[in-house]
Design a protein around this ligand. Structure first.
Ligand code: GLU
Length: 287
């Protein structure tokens, strides 16, 4: 990290359950990477059906207990819908988005049609077969999701690939994904979920730029999603930060900890008398 100007990174949890060991590792890693720079907390609460204020309070309490601090006020995505709308409108003016009325079952049955062949699985599940592609935004209804037309996006940019630098890899390697591989393997991702006005991908890109994040610290499970984010940054004229995709914390059986894995909740370890140093040891951090 030596020589980097001012690092600003963040921990961006969704308050849908207790803070667990995987979160603790992500937050401690981000804070350590910030060094003399800034460590920010961002609450990713766009899914109001799953997020709860009491989980937010509890996770802040656990993070403080771990020794982490962050500047206030904390950015909360539920208050940022106008910013996401503006980004969508901009992509709309470029002719790159379309409304999609397909439900999960429609997509599954379209993909199982004999002529379709095996569907690729992207970061958000099976690659969308494009049933609604070309529908005009003027006809968008409240029951529609909004998708990015990936093929058009690359054509408009005139770029053959997207890529980013991941500082976990030595020497500093640029990860690349060719436009054709993005189109076939990721496809037309959802930028606004039905009834929500945005999606994880759109919000995270808009907010990392709004907060001036220079280093995105996140788990390896989001590695493929980063290509989506870089494409959106290119389309919206936003800077591409550096990335650090950290290892995932697994349980004794090697399974990745689920967000709602209560058994590994920090508050349970706290109740049993564990110290912050114990938690650091449990996730493989020393010192
Ligand atoms: N909110 C996301 C999560 O809890 C992480 C966002 C990110 O690091 O980009 O998985």
């Amino acid at each position: 990290m030596a020589g980097r100007a001012v690092t600003r990174t963040r921990f961006a949890p969704s308050p849908t359950g207790p803070l667990h060991l995987g979160h603790a590792y992500a937050a401690l890693t981000a804070a350590a990477l910030a060094e003399e720079g800034q460590f920010l907390l961002r609450i990713e609460d766009i899914d109001q059906t799953r997020c709860r204020p009491e989980w937010e309070t509890a996770l802040c309490d656990d993070l403080h207990w771990l020794g982490l601090n962050w500047p206030l006020p904390v950015m909360r995505q539920s208050g940022r819908l106008p910013a996401y709308r503006a980004a969508l409108d901009r992509l709309g003016a470029m002719g790159l988005i379309y409304p999609c009325r397909c439900r999960r079952a429609d997509i599954t049955s379209a993909l199982s049609a004999p002529q379709e062949g095996a569907a690729a699985i992207g970061p958000d599940g099976p690659v969308y077969p494009g049933t609604c592609r070309g529908r005009p935004m003027a006809g968008a209804g409240s029951q529609d999701a909004i998708r990015l037309d990936a093929r058009r996006a690359f054509a408009l940019l005139g770029e053959e690939e997207v890529g980013f630098h991941d500082d976990c890899v030595m020497p500093d390697t640029r990860h690349r994904l060719a436009a054709a591989d993005f189109i076939d393997g990721i496809g037309d991702v959802v930028l606004a979920r039905r009834g929500m006005g945005t999606s994880y991908h759109l919000s995270v890109v808009v907010d990392d730029a709004a907060q001036g994040i220079t280093l995105v610290t996140r788990g390896k499970d989001l590695f493929d999603s980063t290509f989506i984010h870089v494409l959106l940054q290119r389309l919206l004229d936003l800077p591409t930060p550096l990335y650090h995709h950290h290892r995932l914390i697994r349980d004794a059986a090697g399974r990745r900890l689920a967000k709602r894995d209560d058994a590994r909740a920090i508050r349970l370890y706290r109740a049993e008398g564990a110290t912050p140093a114990d938690i650091r040891r449990m996730v493989g951090l020393t010192g």
